[in-house]
Design a protein around this ligand. Structure first.
Ligand code: HEM
Length: 207
């Protein structure tokens, strides 16, 4: 069993590197596209970038929600040390997602963005999720935990329980009609929420 010190020393850089892989893939392929050499962005690179970054933002946000139940399952607080990094990576991919959309798709046309946010409901929901994520990202540092006090900080960070369903809704509405993928991610979110219920936690952590 690795000690907390070893996990901090080797585990953190490993997790950091792993979470960076999708971004490196994206940058690598855009670079190939500009160099006019074969790439994997397909015929519509903007759409591929939007979808790829959106998918990874959602996956990593769900992963950050999986840390606490995982910690209960393995009966160790050690996994918690990765939670902040994973959550911040989720926010980073959300930023890549909207940058890709506003820059590559809308060509920085802010009026068009406003029209999209007000007229396309799945974008309104996505924007709501993004705006709610901002205070969580800002207050993720130890300094902010101190400033707010642990109780208020925890209360604020409960916002993630609203944000995560909004992300699934954004995905579900964007895909239109019956599609299995948003439902699978929705199911995963329900499982992660159920594992947090005190009664389930008690059963899971029973010796
Ligand atoms: C927490 C924030 C957000 C997350 C996690 C997120 C995630 C996602 C996901 C998973 C998809 C579907 C990708 C697929 O079909 O495989 C998607 C699509 C999309 N999202 Fe978001 N999104 C967020 C916020 C936003 C915001 C703020 C905007 C715009 C202002 C936006 C614009 C879009 C667009 C335009 C698509 C469709 C992409 C395309 O078909 O080209 N999203 N997003």
């Amino acid at each position: 069993m690795l000690t907390s010190k070893q996990l901090r020393r080797y585990g953190k850089p490993l997790v950091f590197g792993a979470l960076l892989i999708p971004f490196v893939w994206l940058v690598y392929n855009w670079w190939h596209l500009f160099e006019r050499v074969p790439h994997d962005l397909g015929f519509n690179p903007q759409e591929t970038s939007n979808r790829f970054s959106g998918d990874w933002a959602m996956r990593i946000l769900l992963l950050s929600l999986a840390v606490t139940p995982f910690s209960t399952l393995v009966r160790s607080p050690k996994p918690i040390m990765f939670r902040r990094m994973i959550g911040l990576f989720g926010f980073f991919y959300v930023c890549v997602h909207i940058t890709s959309y506003i820059w590559l798709d809308l060509r920085l046309n802010w009026l068009e963005l406003w029209a999209d946010v007000t007229k396309r409901l799945y974008i309104t929901v996505g924007m709501g999720a993004l705006l709610l994520l901002v205070p969580l990202a800002i207050t993720s540092t130890k300094g902010w935990v101190k400033r707010l006090g642990s109780r208020r900080w925890k209360k604020l960070h409960k916002l993630i329980y609203f944000i995560a369903p909004m992300v699934i809704l954004h995905f579900f509405m964007m895909r239109k009609g019956f599609q299995i993928e948003p439902l699978l991610y929705g199911f995963l979110l329900v499982v992660l929420m159920v594992l947090r219920l005190p009664v389930i936690k008690r059963v899971v952590s029973r010796p």
